[in-house]
Design a protein around this ligand. Structure first.
Ligand code: PLP
Length: 389
């Protein structure tokens, strides 16, 4: 490990504060390091490995496609992209899909669609997008501008203009901010992930959706982290009884390969024309074949299971010694420790063989959707003890 760490530190750009763990293999929700030590994986690659590591159905889908053709570009038809798009539209009622490779790219696509729609309908001054304080939408210069956390902005000015932020759970503030200039769209995460795993209030999200619809302002929900079953619904907006105009997603939909999607609803389905947008790797057949194998298994039974495991975590950790509160939705959970920092809790858990994440001052849990109940119980026990110690 020390040799690997040294090579990593010498040759890899210095952008990640890694935990001192080298993963060499895994199966399901168990990861194995170079010494053979096993860990329960409560992060699933930051909400990516929806069905854990080495999921046989996904592996078969991607290897079958690799054996046929791994990439063709978007100049030719290949089957997995359209198949996945059809499945996404059938399951959501959205009308068309643009595929990219990441969450940031899915959001870039949404922003371009919103700006073109608004420019054509309301004129060239209508380009502003309202996002929420504490949000996270990606790390490109434009999605950083959308991200409502100033500390991400400071070193990278000037960012793309045309983004303003409003307070989460404060409809009056959203309206005040939106009415300060012509506004094209409001973009929000129903469950803010990087912002500390905070689910927005239902009344607020409904209020924003109603206000936006009444003013022909587009509603974009960023489902990069909270989507694809993680919230206990297929997409988190479905828990709120609203219908977004644009939904962006990535992470879990690829099951471990890079895949992002921007879903376009009725109003915006025909905004793009040929040449307006594109991506060399977008709709890559291997990634999309894997995506079909993931999305087709996020059914009612799995979602009920996610909600049951979520209820278990809330019950086991809510009010436990050393825990101030438990937040989030589904298998997207934030734990605010009382006596230790989140990082201290995570370090203790690593020692005991459980891998968790952090988000701001919280310990963040994003386990695989199919984590076995027994494995989950063991991990929760370790986390509970780490907070109590
Ligand atoms: N949007 C949300 C809500 C996210 O949580 C993330 C990543 O954590 C992104 C966008 C950016 O996704 P990516 O890292 O795939 O570009």
């Amino acid at each position: 490990m020390s040799e690997l760490k040294q090579i990593d530190q010498t040759y890899i750009a210095n952008t990640y504060a890694r935990f001192p763990v080298e993963i060499v293999s895994g199966k399901g929700s168990i990861l194995v390091d170079e010494t053979g030590k096993e860990y329960i994986d409560m992060g699933s690659g930051i909400a990516v490995n929806a069905f854990g590591v080495g999921d046989e159905v996904w592996k078969q889908a991607v290897t079958e496609q690799i054996n046929l053709v791994q990439h063709t570009s978007n100049l030719y038809y290949t089957a997995p992209g359209p198949r996945l798009a059809k499945l996404l539209c059938e399951k959501t009622g959205m009308k068309k899909v643009f595929f990219g490779n990441s969450g940031a790219e899915a959001n870039e696509c949404a922003i371009k669609v919103a700006r073109k729609y608004a420019a054509e309908k309301k004129g060239p001054d209508c380009f502003t997008i309202v996002t929420l304080w504490n949000s996270f939408h990606g790390r490109t210069i434009t999605t950083l501008a959308a991200t409502g956390q100033n500390h991400y902005h400071e070193l990278f000015q000037p960012l793309t203009p045309g983004f303003v932020h409003a307070k989460a759970n404060d409809l009056d503030d959203v309206i005040r901010v939106a009415e300060a200039q012509p506004t094209a769209a409001v973009m929000l995460e129903c469950v803010q992930g990087e912002g500390g795993v905070v689910a927005l209030d239902e009344d607020f999200v409904k209020g924003v959706a109603q206000y936006a619809a009444a003013h022909d302002i587009l509603l974009i929900t960023d489902e990069v982290q909270c989507g694809n079953g993680r919230s206990g619904a297929l997409y988190a907006y479905m828990n709120y009884g609203v219908q977004p105009d644009i939904v962006t997603t990535a992470k879990g939909i690829g099951g471990g390969l890079p895949l992002g999607a921007c879903l376009l609803g009725e109003k915006v389905q025909n905004v793009f024309g040929p040449g307006d947008h594109g991506s060399t790797f977008g709709a890559n057949p291997v990634c999309c074949a894997g995506g079909v194998s993931i999305l087709s298994r996020i059914d009612d039974a799995l979602l009920a299971d996610v909600r049951e495991k979520s209820a278990y975590i809330f019950k086991a950790l809510g009010g436990a010694p050393g825990i101030k509160c438990v937040t989030g939705m589904g298998l997207m959970i934030g734990i605010l420790p009382e006596k230790k920092t989140a990082r201290e809790v995570v370090d203790l858990c690593i020692e005991k063989g459980v891998l968790c994440l952090t988000a701001k001052d919280r310990v963040r849990l994003l386990p695989a959707l199919n984590i076995p109940m027994e494995t989950l119980k063991k991990a929760v026990e370790v986390i509970r003890n780490a907070c109590a110690e």
